[in-house]
Write a new protein. Structure first.
Length: 486
């Protein structure tokens, strides 16, 4: 790993080089992912988390009580309500600036959840996890590293538990124990930003049975540790980055990134282990992490701001911005978008202190936020496509637009308003395509559906928290049933 102190986005991009990762994309090994045209936009999005900390320090930086120094908010443990809320404000801003998934929240949510869980494991078992975690976080803060949180196992046969699978590797588990640490095997799916990170924290993905001790492992590994292979997902329209132009990309600078991460006896030394066999704490960790991460999906309201802006711009370029039904659709999009933000930020405002002193967001509201995200982004995309018109999907390529033969024809016939060049109209349509059908629809739509847990996972948590008994009592009292019953 490059050892120069990482301060700017440019330092960060440089820090990713020379790591000799086992990265595969479309059947080929990629030696320098950051310099690959299909992958660079995802590193650019992560780099924005560094630049924002410099450009808007009140939003994205904070003094760490661990080091006494100003650190990136993504590496900070929230110690009060205000700091949990600020995470959301920073996320919305980054969504606005990148129009995609900027990937760094998984690590922030993982260390914040682990901070309180390790404290509670230690209280019960007299283990050393909390002090180790604090040491690890301080080191990450001092070096300004990116941490990737790796929770989602591939899961195999969904009707079977981790220990009931035909192949034990379908859930990440300890394959061998030595005096110095543990070796792990298995794979984590959909790992956001993994190769753009410096460290990974592996965590169990679900509640575990008492005998599933080998699956109750939480630990940190450098991304370039031996025994880790990254097989990158390909995204809708991603090879447009290889074509040489930039208009057809819609958002040439930024994208998200996911991969299947395979661990083949990768080693975690003792000092990087934060849970080792305490099966009864797996569910608590999953619930705290997913609560944080589900309200982190206010990132989509930042991306939604971009989509609303694009929809309003295409309406303007088409000369219809004053039509009342157009304005009404923009009002509807704004109402939907703010509903995502409102539920997320409410979950953060209703944070409570854990025994460790770290604050934890409200679980019910966090799940309501994510449930909204699973639906609202699709309706927003529908409205944006409605405003865009069919040209969104019948538009010729940038190469045609640049061609001597047909370019002038497109310039003439693809013009909307007289004073707006056809190229502007094409660019904004391509951005809407990027967000609703193309590369960043991966993050804006399907990740909104399945990221941080699929919709049913939120419904289960909402069901657990809905407290029907209390609500029935309220109803019965007003209906006079209580007096009759007693
Ligand atoms: Fe952050 Fe949103 Fe990406 Fe999750 S989907 S890592 S919350 S930007
Ligand atoms: Fe995600």
């Amino acid at each position: 790993m490059n050892t120069k102190k990482i301060i700017t986005g440019e330092d960060y991009l440089q820090s990713l080089r020379g790591r000799n990762l086992q990265v595969y994309l479309m059947g080929e090994r990629v030696i320098e992912p950051v310099d690959h045209p299909m992958l660079r936009p995802s590193a650019n999005a992560m780099a924005k988390t560094y630049d924002l900390a410099l450009q808007e320090p009140e939003l994205a930086s904070v003094i760490s009580p661990m080091t006494g120094k100003m650190v990136n908010r993504f590496l900070h443990i929230a110690n009060n309500v205000e700091e949990v809320v600020m995470q959301n404000q920073m996320q919305r801003r980054l969504g606005q600036l990148t129009g995609t998934c900027f990937q760094r929240c998984v690590g922030m949510d993982a260390i914040n959840a682990l901070f309180s869980v390790t404290y509670e494991i230690d209280m019960k078992h007299d283990t050393p996890y909390h002090a180790r975690l604090k040491q690890f976080i301080a080191e990450m803060q001092m070096n300004n590293y990116v941490i990737g949180g790796a929770m989602t196992d591939v899961k195999g046969d969904r009707s079977k538990s981790p220990s009931g699978q035909a192949d034990p590797d379908l859930f990440v588990h300890v394959s061998r124990r030595t005096k110095e640490g543990v070796y792990i095997r298995g794979a984590k799916a959909h790992q956001t930003g993994c190769i753009n990170s410096h460290w990974l924290i592996v965590m169990p993905t679900q509640r575990l049975a008492p005998e599933e001790v080998d699956y109750a492992i939480v630990g940190a590994l450098p991304v370039d540790a031996p025994g880790i292979t990254y097989i990158l997902g390909r995204q809708s329209c991603d090879t447009r980055s290889l074509e040489g132009g930039e208009i057809d990309l819609g958002n040439a600078a930024f994208s998200g990134l996911e991969a299947l991460v395979v661990f083949e006896d990768a080693f975690i030394p003792n000092e990087m282990i934060f849970m080792n066999g305490e099966t009864e704490f797996a569910a608590m960790l999953v619930e705290r992490f997913t609560s944080f991460h589900r309200r982190s999906y206010v990132c989509k309201s930042g991306v939604g701001d971009v989509l609303i802006g694009a929809a309003a711009t295409i309406a303007e370029y088409n000369g219809v911005e004053r039509a009342s039904h157009i304005r009404d659709k923009l009002v509807e999009m704004t109402h939907l978008n703010e509903t995502i933000y409102a539920t997320g930020i409410a979950a953060s405002y209703q944070s409570h202190a854990t025994p460790s002193g770290a604050f934890q967001c409200d679980e019910l509201l966090a799940n309501v936020c994510k449930q909204q995200v699973t639906r609202i982004t699709y309706e927003m995309a529908r409205l944006a496509q409605d405003l865009a018109g069919g040209l969104l999907v019948t538009l010729p390529s940038e190469a045609d637009f640049r061609s001597h033969e047909v370019g002038p024809l497109l310039e003439k016939y693809l013009k909307g308003r007289e004073d707006v060049p056809a190229e502007y109209r094409i660019r904004i349509l391509r951005l809407i395509e990027n967000l609703t059908l193309g590369r960043n629809a991966v993050g804006y739509l399907t990740e909104s559906l399945h990221g941080a847990g699929s919709p049913q996972a939120q419904r289960i948590q909402i069901q657990r928290q809905m407290d029907l008994e209390f609500k029935q009592q309220l109803a019965k009292r007003l209906a006079g049933i209580e007096q009759v019953e007693s």
